[in-house]
Write a protein that binds this ligand. Structure first.
Ligand SMILES: NC(=O)c1ccc[n+]([C@@H]2O[C@H](COP(=O)([O-])OP(=O)(O)OC[C@H]3O[C@@H](n4cnc5c(N)ncnc54)[C@H](O)[C@@H]3O)[C@@H](O)[C@H]2O)c1
Ligand SMILES: [Fe+2]
Length: 397
């Protein structure tokens, strides 16, 4: 196994972490290379209604910046939506994009930064396992993000995820040019995130850490360190944060775990549960976090036997007392039990059929997972064939 003692670690995002850090947004943007004068700020109507966006706009204006506010970003965005937003960005003449929101807003900003400066439709830059993307050039507009969920880690990643309603696919743009120039992670912005969204996004973050930890070809000493701390932090603080969303100290812990998990996937990537989640999201229109939660435990139940050392390490990270004196095998299985119990505690041990998903899409999903989304299969500790993928899908149904 690759232990990761010779590797490249990369984290180019200027990170401003802490409650109240939003006030720095204006000075951070104004200080970017080229001293931008006009900002295109992307957000969602819910965040405007909550009164959260005002602080961002006033900070930008106080720094002498002109601000165009676009508050109609759609959740779980499609490539068509990105193309529409990119046209508005171009028309506005803005020199920098500011994303104020969760993963959907951050990803639309990152993808629009490419689409506004490149000739082809956004989907052509998405990296599918069976179709190479078009080249992305350094000309992308700079992006600064303010994350308002603690889940995707998009503030620290070179990824932008989107669906394609025509091909019924969901895929990811991957380019170092869309690392945000700066990210503000101000956990006080998450105080009003409802319990269900806190749980779903927190579980997504936990899965980023876990999948990067078990991504054997890509893990390295840096990603392992970061993922370990992210898993530990989220396992400890997420259930309490779901139960008591007004507790700022807990929100800070969850936000920190989530950002660390983003750093982990920026360096080592995700694996099979995420690879299965994207096609389900495209076909059944469930949120990213829900689809990840649906697949994680069934995938792990079919994986730990192939990597008992790794899973025993996960168990020791999450609850060292519980596995004291256990054999490697027993500790590994206990690690999966811990993940299942953790999901149950936050209400995210969920099945496809609870969402009204029709069973007949399972065979389409096998085609998607072994086709355009097959790369993660090769990065998993156990390489599943189509039959095994179907077995997992049935267990997750
Ligand atoms: N780029 C990456 O590295 C990466 C990683 C994982 C997922 N994603 C993508 O991110 C998207 C999902 O992002 P998400 O899970 O953050 O959800 P989201 O951005 O879609 O937001 C979900 C809902 O939460 C609301 N919301 C956001 N912040 C809030 C707050 N502070 N208070 C109250 N409500 C708030 C939003 O208005 C929205 O209705 C998906 O498209 C997914 O594919 C990207
Ligand atoms: Fe995710």
């Amino acid at each position: 196994m690759k232990t990761g003692k010779s590797f490249k670690a990369h984290q180019p995002v200027d990170l401003y972490f802490g409650s109240g850090e939003l006030v720095k947004l204006g000075e951070v943007v104004a200080a970017l290379e080229g001293a931008p004068k006009k900002v295109f700020l992307l957000t969602m109507p819910e965040l405007v209604a909550l009164g959260l966006v005002d602080g961002a706009v006033s900070s930008l204006k106080e720094a002498g910046l002109e601000v165009v506010v676009f508050d109609k970003v759609k959740p779980e965005p499609s490539c068509t939506h990105v193309d529409e937003v990119a046209a508005l960005v171009r028309e506005s003449g803005a020199q920098v994009l500011v994303a104020f929101g969760g993963g959907s807003v951050m990803d639309v900003a990152k993808a629009a930064a490419i689409a506004a400066t490149h000739p082809e439709p956004t989907w052509m830059y998405v990296n599918l396992s069976n179709r190479p993307p078009l080249d992305i050039e350094a000309v992308t507009l700079p992006v600064v993000v303010v994350s308002t969920t603690s889940g995707t880690g998009s503030e620290a990643t070179p990824y932008a995820v989107m669906s394609n309603d025509e091909t019924i696919q969901k895929g990811t743009i991957k380019s170092s040019y869309i690392f945000p120039r700066a990210a503000i992670v101000d956990p006080s912005l998450t105080l009003k995130l409802p319990p269900r969204l806190t749980a779903a996004t927190g579980v997504d973050a936990f899965c980023h850490a876990l999948e990067s930890f078990i991504n054997i070809p890509n893990r390295n000493a840096f990603s392992i360190m970061v993922a370990s701390e992210a898993m530990r932090t989220l396992y400890k603080s997420l259930p309490a944060a779901v139960a008591n969303g007004a507790d700022l100290a807990l929100r800070e812990e969850v936000a920190w775990g989530s950002t660390l998990a983003g750093v982990a996937i920026a360096n080592a990537g995700t694996t099979v549960a995420h690879g299965m989640a994207q096609p389900l999201g495209a076909r059944a229109h469930l949120s990213h976090a829900e689809t990840v939660a649906i697949f994680t435990v069934p995938v792990l139940r079919n994986t730990w036997q192939a990597a008992t050392g790794l899973f025993a390490e996960i168990a020791s990270l999450l609850d060292p007392q519980r596995v004291l004196g256990f054999s490697e095998e027993a500790a590994a299985e206990a690690g999966v039990d811990m993940v299942e119990e953790f999901f149950k505690e936050v209400g995210m041990f969920i099945k496809m059929k609870e969402f009204g998903v029709k069973e007949d899409i399972l065979s389409d999903l096998v085609g998607d997972i072994t086709g355009y989304m097959s790369r993660p299969l090769a990065q998993h500790p156990k390489v599943f064939n189509a039959e095994e993928v179907m077995k997992i899908l049935k267990e997750a149904y």
